[in-house]
Design a protein around this ligand. Sequence first.
Ligand code: PLP
Length: 492
Amino acid sequence: MKYFSTRDSSNRVSAARAIASGLAPDGGLFVPESVPQLTDSMLAELRKLDYRGRAARIMGMFLDDFTAEELVKYCAAAYSDNFDTPLTAPLNILSDDTAVLELWHGPTCAFKDMALQMLPHLLTASLRKCGEERGVCILVATSGDTGKAALEGFADVDGTKIVVFYPRDGVSDVQKLQMVTQSGDNVLVSAIAGNFDDAQTGVKRIFGDTEFAKELDSRGWFLSSANSINWGRLLPQIVYYVSAYCDLLNAGKIKAGERINFCVPTGNFGNILAGWYAKQMGLPVSRFICASNSNNVLTDFINTGVYNRERPFHCTISPSMDILVSSNLERLLYACCGSDAEVAGYMRSLAESGKYTVSDALRRRIAEDFSAGFCDDDETRAEIADMYAKGYLIDPHTAVAFKVLRDYRERSGDATPTVVVSTASPFKFCDSVLAALGESTGAPGTELIDRLAERTGANPPRPLSNLAGRAVRFTGCIEKEAMRELTSDFLK
Ligand SMILES: *Cc1c(COP(=O)(O)O)cnc(C)c1O
């Protein structure tokens, strides 16, 4: 199966090339030329497998330049005792019509592990298949979760190095500690004096610096990115949607062929889009409910067909969804309208005027599969308290999804069984969760982890309870102008 760019469908490349390149040369995103189909008999087979087995089969359907043996090996490495449950992505059934898919049992306690534990295997294999002899350096600007998940994924992977920049004042105590205590001989972490935008702009500038690329090339290195524009990050996420359906079948909660809904807390549209690809494969899904915080650009888009990033940016208690440009939406637009020229036009309009309006046909097509809603921080805190009172402790991102689902059900009367996708451990955002439960939060992050454990009787995940005792390795904070020099010194 070949892949091509959402902005130019004429140039087709192998899966390995698409993963090795990340972004297409024209600035578009790689998409598969067709979506492989899940038959009833395949689904019946998948039901019998564990998560790794399901992952190897499903990813294999999209990766015909990888052997089954390769994928089985990568899945065994990516989804093993680095997760705190052998189920990898357990489905927690709360009632007859609601279940939660917990995607935070990996080493960094957020859903990005589901893809970033796999990406290094796919990426290094893709580079080999493409005959690449240089080493790859992954450059990341992070507002918290991605940086740590990428560090855990790439630490001590042969032929790779990773550099992570985070804004000095823009991440939580826990997130910062997770990064500055990272182990591995090939990792570098640095704060920058600035906000997330400064970090992001600095990284983009380094990527665009052709002189620097030449210099690194002569030293045997090139730069790449680990964010969700890469097909190698999206593909592993398709797996858990299929896996959740298998688990519901196995639990006897639904019958084969019965349709379900998914409600997904959404930022860059990567997670929910992977679910939509699972539906395109034939998974019986009725609707995807796209849940946003006060940065509700996607709610407006799905409801009106107008994407407008020209709006105030809100810093919320669900910071991993504080995003105004959801890059992966471009893949949905392409898949639904089928015209590279049309997509290129929308993206030009977004770049030039900060907004675009899709055609009526495209808006209606998207509305067939997606509903959308949002909630603010007060509603998020109330939802955490309410769910806790019912016996289930959730983080603020997951709480946004529960609140938006509750509103959706009231509004629509839709009684379809629904899986809520849970994207982070409540302990990762212990300050906001404690506040929602009416507790004080004036203490260092590691103390708050203990306080939340005491208050709720829940056990913190080991990667977080260990943090207090871990040695800090990276104390540096640099000016944003010095990001290139630091990267260069690291690749000497
Ligand atoms: C990244 C992230 C999200 C948003 O996922 P997208 O794929 O960007 O839509 C939601 N919740 C948490 C905890 C995250 O880390």
